[in-house]
Design a protein around this ligand. Sequence first.
Ligand code: NDP
Length: 254
Amino acid sequence: MYLEEMFGLNGKVAIVTGGRRGIGQVVACGLAKAGAEVVIFSRTLSPETVKMITDEGGKAYDIAVDVTDEKGVDEAVAEVMKRSGHIDVVFNNAGICIHEDTLEASIEDWRQVIDVNLTGEYIVARAVGRAMIENKIHGSIINMGSMSGTIVNIPQWQASYNASKAGVIHMTKSLAIEWAEYGIRVNSLSPGYIGTPMSADTPQELKDAWMPLIPQHRMGKPEELLPAILYLACDAAGYTTGSDVIVDGGYVSF
Ligand code: NDP
């Protein structure tokens, strides 16, 4: 009971971007289990995630929106405010990764990765931050970083991804300071290698090359990110802002 009161999200409304699959889907289900009404933002609707939540007795709905579309995001946030009345938590998770040599990469690929991972998170954080400030909501924004914002992954080259995630981590600190006076907390979560559809596309020889570099010699599961997200989301973490929480099986310490 004590833990439920401390970490529970009863009565809260949580937006999860990129909640159609992967980490976002698992976290959406976890936030709903903790008591939140969950709203999924994804380029296409996410009926599967919504059904997973409602089948378990939780509350959820989905909105089709591209996080790089400023007007679309503003409208989606306005729709959540109208339908749910408030927004308390955002898991700003939608992201993409392109592996390619910098000497061969196109500027279009660089722009696409920066646009989704960094500008998209900025657009969502800003739209939600405005709604929280206007409505005097002391909310929690959790931006999806990555250990790639701190280290350079090997042996695959992904300069655009690494730069986008380093940008997310410092954008997070900037917004945390800027919005501290409004009682809005902004933190980032930085996972190591996690088994999801995004990483399933990765060739096996690359995964084999990663294993000796991970002290736990395995990829993480999306479920293993949930405790950190619940912590950052809950009111009990009221003094935690501007932090980057790394969940990586020890990779960046190695
Ligand atoms: P997935 O590819 O499995 O899922 C990504 C999700 O983002 C999908 O639901 C996709 O939905 C959505 N998405 C992509 N582009 C957009 C867009 N422009 N607008 C709205 N939604 C979008 O990825 P993961 O679950 O693996 O990754 C989620 C996040 O975690 C990413 O930010 C990633 O960088 C980060 N991360 C992942 C790690 C890993 O090892 N997997 C490690 C560290 C960080 P749809 O296609 O319908 O839009």
